[in-house]
Ligand binder design. Structure first.
Ligand code: BG6
Length: 486
């Protein structure tokens, strides 16, 4: 079993403690860290929400949330874990004695106090103001903000300014859970711990890059939020742009948060903005129609919404992105993401240029590809040409050097939230987004959305269970390329 270094004792308050994120991710993540001995028995985990639950009812809710973890562990020590749990029912948008009660629950020995805002962003500022008023914005406070941070640049700026008036930037942890994923972290190791890659990691050797985050799930009960967001705000502004940044950034001076953030912001600032004239040729937006996923009938996006108003929200987007700097000039980055697609598959595919001089048949001149598979089947494959054995002439075979995580490591992969929560307690900001980063990403996304509006970009359709609309394939076809579908 892997050894985990315990973190110092801490208290965590989860605002939105009975909500979806808390139940699906945060409580199970804390339980797993507890099982691995990282969480001290003196820690407090305090759920805060409007619902009038008793502590026992909150513990019952936590137990349901941890069902699958409980089914897998040998010695679960569930009672020991529940000793950490508390619950406060309160309306966080109003001030009053509940805030003093909350303050009273926290341990005052200089330990980190983590305030996790798993609520709608509309009340982030209210919560911060109340925390400030009751004096909980101390130097050991850590404020955690879930995405979406705003719906555009203006609203993101307003949230950042509002929380920034109460908490210092170095106490604010803006989560993008993709940065906590094992293979995303491995991308940093791959790039910067393997000397052979740096000389080929640029326009001199790379033809183009593809980043795909395909999901086979649909709205999962989040229709209201999703219909106001769409794929660009929900996935591109954060997860896909973060993946792009890690792939494209210059080597940072160190792995300290400031050094990594500086390099990521440079990439965001170098993204070529779309205009009404260029957006049609370089992007595709689409919404899923009814279809079949793994043999099961799936209703269309429109049918899933309970509203009668016709929705124009995109559930799929494909983009050709240019990075305007010396390393990446003329190297397109193709990004795509969508709901209700054929399978759940996220990868970064780096396609190298073909060999410059044709020694072999044209048909054999397939370029090298490096594929980082984020999920499922985490791992990395470098596709190369080798000679097929035998005396039948010079026959080439295109095969991967395969570094599968499952085959090389038998450990359980912690969920991204487990790592991120422990980093918050340790005060390690490297995997969290800075204010400038969030705003730079919105600035570019705002331009994309405005260009779509101005150009009247059509909303295409794709059948659920497919790889997206035909226009997505055409986006690459126009450049003589195609999506990597493995
Ligand atoms: C979330 C989005 O941030 O990421 C969801 O809001 C999406 O719509 C999810 O489904 C995908 O995360 P993962 O870890 O399942 O790939």
């Amino acid at each position: 079993m892997a050894e985990f270094i315990p973190v110092d004792p801490f208290d965590i308050v989860i605002f939105g403690g009975t909500g979806d994120l808390s139940k699906r991710k945060l409580i199970p993540a804390l339980f797993h860290r507890f099982l691995d001995g990282q969480i001290d028995p003196s820690c407090r985990i305090i759920g805060v929400a409007r619902s009038e639950l008793t502590r026992d009812e909150f513990i019952a809710l936590a137990k349901t949330a941890c069902e699958s973890a409980l089914a897998q562990c040998k010695e679960c020590r569930w009672d020991d874990f529940t000793a950490l749990l508390e619950y406060i029912a309160m309306d966080v948008t109003s001030t009053g004695p509940s805030w003093d009660k909350l303050k009273g629950y926290l341990t005052n020995d200089g330990r980190p106090h983590v305030f996790y805002l798993a609520t709608t962003p509309l009340i982030y500022i209210d919560i911060c103001n109340a925390l400030g008023e009751v004096g909980l914005n101390t130097s050991n406070a850590r404020l955690v903000l879930e995405k979406p941070i705003g719906t555009d640049l203006a609203s993101a700026k307003a949230i950042n300014a509002g929380v920034g008036a109460v908490f210092e930037e170095k106490s604010i942890y803006r989560i993008d859970h993709y940065l906590g994923k094992e293979t995303v972290q491995n991308l940093i190791v791959l790039r910067f711990a393997n000397a052979l890659l740096e000389p080929v990691w640029s326009r001199t050797a790379i033809d183009h890059v593809q980043i795909t985050v395909a999901e086979n799930l649909g709205l999962e009960g989040r229709a209201d939020y999703y219909d106001r967001s769409g794929a660009v705000r929900d996935m591109v502004q954060n997860h896909l742009l973060q993946l792009l940044c890690l792939t494209a950034m210059e080597p940072p001076n160190s792995l300290d948060a400031d050094d990594v953030r500086i390099e990521k912001i440079k990439v965001l600032k170098a993204l070529k903005p779309y205009t009404a004239e260029t957006v049609g040729h370089n992007t595709t937006r689409a919404q899923y129609a009814a279809g079949l996923i793994k043999g099961e009938k799936v209703a269309s996006y429109k049918e899933t919404l309970s509203s009668d108003v016709e929705s124009k929200t995109e559930t799929f987007v494909a983009l050709k992105v240019k990075i305007q700097n010396g390393r990446w000039a003329d190297v397109p980055f193709y990004l795509r993401t969508g709901k209700s697609m054929g399978d759940r598959r996220s990868s970064i595919m780096i396609q190298f240029k073909p060999t410059p001089h044709p020694l072999f048949d044209k048909a054999d001149r397939v370029p090298n590809r490096l594929v980082m598979r984020l999920q499922p089947d985490e791992g990395m494959r470098l596709f190369m040409q080798i000679k097929e054995p035998g005396p039948g002439g010079m026959r080439l075979k295109y095969l991967p050097l395969d570094l599968s995580y499952a085959e090389n490591f038998t450990v359980r992969y912690p969920d991204a939230y487990e790592r991120l929560l422990m980093d918050i307690v340790r005060g390690n900001l490297a995997l969290f987004m800075s204010r400038d980063e969030v705003e730079a990403a919105w600035r570019w996304v705002d331009q994309l959305l405005a260009s779509w509006d101005e150009a009247g970009q059509p909303l295409e359709t794709y059948a659920a269970g497919t790889q997206g609309p035909s226009q997505s394939a055409m986006l690459l076809d126009r450049d003589g390329r195609e999506w990597w579908e493995q």
